[in-house]
Design a protein around this ligand. Structure first.
Ligand code: PLP
Length: 463
């Protein structure tokens, strides 16, 4: 990888800023109907959106339809979709198998709060893929991580939990901690601070969550040992096997194995939060891809083919606290028939071994194409990806954790890349932390379009 700063060009910041201004104006011009929708929406929907992560200045982009790898917005712009519902739509939009399953199910009744056979079949298939013995369903990634942590606490009788600094695990109080915070507040690496992410999170709750750096097993074990000395041995370590909200940060060789050994040695439940990785980077998610088996996994996003759903998988021993009734793992919509019908069709007919071969080949093509552009134009950055997911990280140094991300990611180029894409028919996830998600319906044509637009930007940037 050509990352040494002497190998890369220095970027003309004036040019970068003038390109951002030009692209922002062009995007305003082509999204007038979104602007109108925003004016209407914000009178009833707070901020004009259903989730704060959908908000954007000066207005959000409102979508109408999606088919395969393509989406349309309210202005009629047609775009290749690399956003894919924050990484949920690995099946592509309106996949015929999922449309058929949902259509058939909707006429048979959509909700009973009683388990249907589809739910059993989905659990059997997840059991087969992950090799974890017992499963439960929820409706989102946040619910999955919330319940998984509660199960770990019940099993161990402990309250403290450990997470990775900078990782997002959903919007409940216990994990909205030590992410997206100012660099100067994070504290020293051996003793990172537990910082609430946004208002309304009780200090008493955030203090129970202890952040440690990614890709540093030594720092994790030392922090665990200190917690033990303080009588606060953690119930669990919850982490993504590959971080997917700093762009993509892959685990260094051996890191996950070390984490597995540390958690085992200290009797701590290891939870892989596979809300982003699960079903997107391999049939059996990160656990399969990196060959490390946690005690629990959490799934959501890709599971339901666009319907709200999530799952928790664990060993029999861990799920004992659910089965004996000590933990109430509950929810009116858990295992909803419509979501389970979609998940079943997705697992059985869409996310097949051939689908993963296709995703791997496409990702190799887009990562390779982007890396070639980076090298040709000597941009400070690199392309990285795994399975359906990838990104170009604009940074003169390799990002390995939150500290290196905060210190080195080029925020301006990241912003420019998003605007540049949007104006050229590439719908990308907004925000400096995100990555692309491919679907089984993406083709060489789609990923080549992405690389072409990237090259156009690179040429103008250094030209
Ligand atoms: C790793 C991870 N865990 C959990 C969540 C929360 O999922 P949801 O938004 O479905 O609640 C997310 C969402 O992006 C995520 O990336």
């Amino acid at each position: 990888m050509t990352l040494a700063s002497e190998m890369t060009v220095g970027l003309d910041r004036e040019r970068v800023r003038s390109m951002i201004a030009r692209e922002a104006a062009a995007l305003d011009e082509r999204t007038k109907a979104s602007a109108e929708m925003y004016e209407r929406a914000r009178r009833s929907l707070s901020g004009g959106v259903a989730s704060s992560y959908q908000a954007r200045d000066p207005w959000p982009i409102y979508l109408t339809t999606g088919e395969g790898a393509v989406v349309h917005d309210v202005d009629g712009n047609r775009m290749w979709d690399f956003h894919n519902g924050f990484g949920s739509m690995v099946q592509g939009h309106a996949h015929p198998a999922i449309v058929r399953a949902v259509r058939e199910r909707v006429a048979l009744g959509t909700h009973f709060a009683a388990t249907t056979e589809d739910g059993v079949i989905v659990a059997e298939e997840l059991q087969r893929r992950w090799g974890l013995a017992r499963w439960r369903f929820v409706n989102s990634g946040s619910e999955a991580t919330m319940d998984a942590i509660r199960i770990a606490r019940a099993l161990t009788g402990r309250e403290t939990i450990v997470k990775i600094f900078g990782s997002y695990h959903g919007h409940h109080d216990g994990v909205m901690v030590s992410i997206g915070v100012p660099y100067e507040d994070i504290g020293d690496r051996e003793n990172y601070a537990s910082l609430p992410y946004g208002a309304g999170i009780p200090r008493a709750v955030s203090d129970l969550t202890i952040p440690v750096p990614f890709n540093d097993a030594g720092a994790m074990e030392r922090r665990i040992q200190r917690l033990e000395r303080e009588g606060r041995r953690p119930a669990c370590v919850i982490m993504e096997a590959a971080m997917m909200n700093l762009g993509i940060v892959l685990p260094e060789p051996g890191y996950l194995q070390e984490v597995r050994e540390i958690t085992r040695r200290h009797g701590i439940v290891l939870i892989f939060d596979e809300v982003k990785t699960g079903l997107a980077i391999a049939a059996g998610g990160a656990s399969e891809r990196f060959g490390v088996m946690p005690d629990m996994v959490t799934l959501a996003k890709t599971l339901g083919g666009g319907l709200p759903s999530g799952a928790i998988g664990a060993s029999e021993e861990v799920m004992r606290v659910v089965e004996d009734g000590s933990v109430y793992q509950v929810g009116t919509y858990n295992g909803n028939p419509l979501g389970m019908a979609a998940a079943r069709a997705s697992l059985q007919e869409v996310l097949t071994p051939a689908a993963y071969e296709h995703l791997d080949a496409l990702n190799e093509r887009i990562v390779g194409g982007c890396q070639a552009v980076v090298e040709c134009y000597r941009l400070p950055g690199y392309a990285v990806g795994v399975g359906a997911k990838g990104c170009v990280t604009f940074s003169p140094q390799r990002i390995v954790d939150y500290e290196t991300f905060k210190a080195h990611q080029d925020v301006e180029i990241t912003e420019l890349a998003w605007l540049f894409n949007m104006n050229r028919g590439i719908f990308m996830t907004p925000g400096r932390e995100e990555e692309w998600t491919l679907s089984v319906t993406h083709t060489d044509e789609a990923v080549d379009a992405y690389v072409r637009v990237f090259e156009e930007m690179a040429a103008e940037l250094v030209g």
